[in-house]
Design a protein around this ligand. Structure first.
Ligand code: HAX
Length: 438
């Protein structure tokens, strides 16, 4: 068995037994209570699932297997240009251990070996209208790869449920390995007249992705490593992670589950916010005659956006209550590499102006910027200007987290997910009951 697969099995299978005992012996421990408002407001703050790979703290931000982003910047293996290799964070999420440089290199090599995309996936993409949104193309391409699922094939043959994790491991590795090739194909087909670039097996996963997109600049390779590392995972309840987990809970394979998760990432309140941020900044600049806006201009434009009943993209979060550390990581990269960039200066001004205005509405729980407020500006600096493509980049990275979690789900024997639902008449009856008791 391959070394990484063996390591995963050594970690995951004993935990599966421990969890069985936990449920048997302590299954009736009460973990909390929840309110009518939480049920109507997207179950925010209700604990409803277990995700091993990462945990989000409202004040501090994400911790991957217990490590914060600043800690990981020092502890994970790095590529040229000093940024961490996404292969390293994959290893950490999968095994719970920090990888050595060799471990990260082995993941890189394994993904290079597994990166062949079947021809019918490209044929399917070529049959789509050119104006098809890149996220639609991405989700369809992942779905088209379902023909390759080891898990689906093994299930058909009657695999024992204790072995589910084994073909799922193969699917997860193959799927992640192929995503950069697919994403690059979509980019080159949509924006570069279908002139495609062959992979370079000598490059690491992130740099090779940048290369296949058409970027050879070392700075862009470093940015891609950073980007693909910080977007991987944000605990289990966000729309892309939860959708992948939910669909997978029906024993749909990795391709069905990830494609569904990507459809959630394509929503403007989730991953699509990265393209919306750039569109919004361009509209703002145009509104003020394509000159550098002042802080007063920005404040006026934010007020205008709110008055029109729209959201200010890149600000706010369902869990976070502070500036997103993923925003900070990108800001630090910009300060080092593109301090004089005009769009970066606008992003900095937004950071100074927007939170106070959002706070003043009295209803927005988190006035601070999230990950999507910053990413577009960095990509534009290096020449990746086609912002409708940005959520695909996010998706390539997010696949690492959600597929790793899906693999853990199968190893831990997670059951089909089936929460209860109620009607508003039922809710009103509860209110009447509560009044009588009071
Ligand atoms: N601009 C304007 N209004 C905002 C807002 C923003 N940035 N953020 C929240 N609000 C509004 C909500 O729409 C809601 O209004 P109503 O009561 O009228 O419905 C109110 O403030 C309370 O919302 P909340 O409880 O603070 O926030 P939610 O948990 O409901 O929503 C969102 C969290 C991220 C969806 C929200 O902050 C938002 O729409 N932000 C802008 C879009 C965005 O940047 N999304 C990316 C988030 C990070 C992510 O997932 N990346 O992939």
């Amino acid at each position: 068995m391959d070394k990484l697969k063996e390591k995963f099995a050594q970690k995951a299978l004993p935990l599966a037994d421990e969890i069985k005992t936990l449920i048997k012996e302590h299954g009736n421990i009460v973990l909390g209570s929840y309110t009518l408002e939480q049920v109507y407001h997207g179950m925010k703050g209700m604990i409803g699932m277990v995700t091993e790979t990462s945990k989000l703290d409202p004040e501090e931000g994400i911790r991957f297997r217990g490590y914060s982003i600043p800690e990981l910047r020092l502890k994970l293996p790095r590529g040229a240009g000093g940024e961490n290799l996404p292969e390293g964070i994959f290893y950490l999420l999968l095994t719970g251990e920090l990888p050595t440089e060799d471990d990260a290199r082995e993941v890189s090599n394994a993904w290079a070996r597994r990166s062949h995309v079947p021809k019918h996936v490209f044929d399917m993409l070529d049959s789509l209208p050119m104006a098809t949104h890149p996220m639609t193309q991405f989700s369809l391409a992942i779905l088209a790869m379902q023909t390759e699922s080891n898990f689906a094939a093994a299930y058909r043959k009657g695999i024992n449920k204790k072995q589910y994790w084994d073909p799922m491991f193969e699917d997860v590795m193959n799927c992640i390995a192929r995503l950069p090739r697919i994403a690059a194909y979509i980019y080159r087909r949509t924006y570069k007249n279908g002139v495609h670039i062959e992979p370079n097996p000598k490059l690491d996963w992130g740099a090779n992705f940048a290369h296949m997109l058409g970027f050879e600049d070392e700075g862009m390779h470093a940015l891609m490593r950073l980007y693909l590392t910080i977007h991987v995972d944000h605990e289990g309840g966000n729309v892309s992670a939860h959708t992948t987990h939910l669909v997978g809970s029906a024993l749909s394979d990795a391709y069905y589950s990830l494609s569904a998760g990507m459809n959630g990432l394509a929503g403007p309140l989730h991953g699509l916010a990265n393209q919306e941020v750039v569109r919004w900044i361009y509209d703002l600049r145009q509104f003020y005659g394509d000159k550098m806006p002042s802080k007063e201009d920005i404040a006026e434009y934010v007020e205008k956006t709110l008055a029109e009943g729209r959201v200010v993209p890149g600000y706010g979060h369902a869990v976070l209550r502070k500036t997103d550390p993923r925003y900070i990581a990108q800001m630090e990269f910009a300060q080092t590499h593109l301090a004089d960039d005009e769009l970066f200066k606008i992003v900095q001004m937004l950071y100074e102006v927007v939170p106070e205005i959002l706070k003043s509405t009295g209803k927005i729980k988190n006035p601070w910027p999230n990950v999507d407020a910053h990413s577009g500006v960095l990509l534009i600096h290096y020449g990746l200007t086609e912002y409708d493509f940005y959520t695909v980049l996010f998706g390539v990275s997010r696949a690492i987290g959600v597929l790793t979690s899906l693999l853990w789900d199968r190893a831990l024997g997670s059951p089909i997910e089936r929460p209860g639902s109620v009607t508003s008449d039922w809710m009103k009856a509860q209110v009447e009951k509560a009044k009588t008791t009071a």
